[in-house]
Design a protein around this ligand. Structure first.
Ligand code: AHR
Length: 492
């Protein structure tokens, strides 16, 4: 059966904030240390301690924004431990993640250098759970104040004359859990207090993000919007894709078709979460001034056998590519409210884009989806009307297709399509309202093995290729997708 869709180029919707393509790097496992930071004396080629191969790979994604230092780590992080001469920095225990020693060699200055190398905006998450108001206030002063002050002078002593530009600032992380086990009423008050002293110095304007709900905790969103909505620019939401359950997670590799289906079903759940959290936000903020910031999302499987379970190191298969494509389509389709999303995490942790082993590096299927989808960044979202064929398993039916379309400033239209089915291809026919493209090109990410993944021995097993099964005929765009595939089309 052919699925009929209509792209309404004459019905542009919201702008797709490029920050939907954001990333997250925490002091967790081998994300910061080894994955990004190797130190200036490392034999691994680096720039000011940051590994060149990883930067070179990540730069191709046009990363807009990077969140740091956590995560749960953020609410135990004391920024003053991470500045000044490195040899003298305090060594602490990373209690959340493996109980390993954190030597604080990667701190504020190193993070801003990383953002410079990636040419992305920094997003810093401050410590509400175990830090003081003064500590948070002084961090903002240290980073952004231009005049004479104890913190700005200290920054200069540490080698940075000019303040940095810092827009995105999180006031705590998961304060319902690792960030202090608070009730929403209590956190809403703390948020109001902490953000008061996070000042705008000179022309630096903070975009303040309140710690938001866990998955479907709609009451958290309700209370935060009611009690603190007018003091925030963004409200976060965290939701991971976890086949099995939190207590009984599944392996990243070696899954069966039922687990594939369950993973697709759980990925689609993001649409309902955003719809329902947004509906609550709409009641308090009908103008959509406050952005919904999904600053942690991605797959969460059991750690790879033989690795430290506290390091959350997992492989990444074609299944993760579908999860990424589905989520990015959903974020785009909700871009009137969703202003940022940050995949967890950038390197070596959870749904990573890059994996490293010593001086070796590989790009995961998730990396390739981000690279294929980057054409959507900052475009106009276009309406796509369709009724998806169903994908069924064990008596449960979900959409077989996930689709999103956008138009750039030059009038090119981009369509990203995921075929979720592990066994059925899909034949699609798009009508196009308000545009008459004459040329279609495309790229596809797929494989005949559902568990296909890249290893350090075979790093290109899953990689994008030219897609030739699309054609423009009599004003229609027709295409055929193999099972388990992600396609991005360009119409000119
Ligand atoms: O991304 C891993 C962890 O997941 C983060 O530290 C925390 O915020 C979330 O629970």
């Amino acid at each position: 059966m052919t699925a009929k869709l209509v792209i309404h180029a004459d019905l542009p919707k919201s702008k797709i904030n490029k920050n939907i393509y954001g990333h997250f790097a925490e002091h967790l496992g081998r994300c910061i240390y080894e994955g990004l930071w190797v130190g200036e004396d490392s034999p691994i080629p680096n720039t000011d301690g940051i590994r060149n191969d990883v930067i070179e790979a990540l730069k191709k994604l046009d990363i807009p924004v990077l969140r740091w230092p956590g995560g749960c780590f953020a609410d135990e992080y004391h920024w003053k431990d991470g500045i000044g001469p490195r040899e003298g920095r305090k060594r602490m225990v990373n209690t959340h993640w493996g109980g390993v020693v954190e030597n604080n060699h990667f701190g504020t200055h190193e993070f801003f250098r990383l953002c410079e190398l990636l040419e992305c905006e920094p997003y810093i998450c401050g410590n509400v759970g175990s830090g003081t108001v003064q500590e948070m206030s002084e961090w903002v002063e240290y980073m952004t104040f231009d005049g004479e002050s104890p913190m700005a002078d200290w920054r200069r002593e540490n080698g940075r004359e000019q303040p940095w530009k810092l827009k995105y600032f999180g006031v705590g992380n998961e304060n319902w859990g690792c960030g202090g086990n608070m009730r929403p009423e209590y956190y809403a008050d703390l948020y109001r207090r902490y953000q008061t002293y996070s000042r705008n110095y000179g022309d630096n304007r903070l975009y303040k993000i309140a710690g938001g709900a866990n998955v479907d905790d709609y009451n958290w969103t309700e209370v935060l919007m009611r009690e603190a909505g007018r003091f925030m620019d963004g409200l976060s939401l965290h939701s991971y894709t976890i086949p099995g359950s939190w207590e009984e997670k599944r392996q990243a590799l070696g899954f069966d078709e039922a687990e594939w289906f369950e993973t697709m079903q759980k990925s689609l759940h993001m649409d309902e979460l955003i719809t329902r959290h947004s509906a609550i936000m709409d009641q308090y903020d009908p103008e959509k001034r406050v952005g919904l910031i999904i600053d942690e999302w991605g797959t969460w499987f059991l750690s790879e056998p033989g690795t430290n379970p506290g390091f959350l190191y997992q492989q990444n298969t074609l299944r993760d590519a579908l999860v990424a494509g589905i989520h990015l389509n959903i974020f785009q389709n909700h871009s009137s409210r969703v202003q940022m999303a940050n995949i967890a995490q950038m390197v070596n942790v959870l749904q990573a884009l890059v994996l490293t082993e010593g001086d070796k590096l590989l790009l995961t299927p998730t990396y390739h989806v981000f690279e294929m989808y980057k054409v959507h960044q900052d475009n106009e979202l276009l309406d796509v009307a369709f009724e998806s064929p169903q994908y069924t398993s064990g008596g449960v039916a979900i959409s077989q297709l996930s689709v999103s379309a956008s138009r750039d400033g030059e009038g090119k239209i981009y369509v990203s399509i995921c075929n979720l089915s592990h066994e059925d291809g899909a034949t699609l026919s798009f009508g196009i309202g308000g545009a008459a493209p004459t040329r279609v090109t495309g790229r596809i990410l797929t494989h005949t093995e559902l568990g296909a993944h890249n290893t350090f021995q075979t790093p290109d097993k899953v990689a994008p290729s030219v897609y030739e099964a699309a054609a423009l005929e009599d004003g229609l765009l027709n295409c055929v997708l193999p099972p388990a595939s992600v396609v991005v089309l360009t119409l000119e």
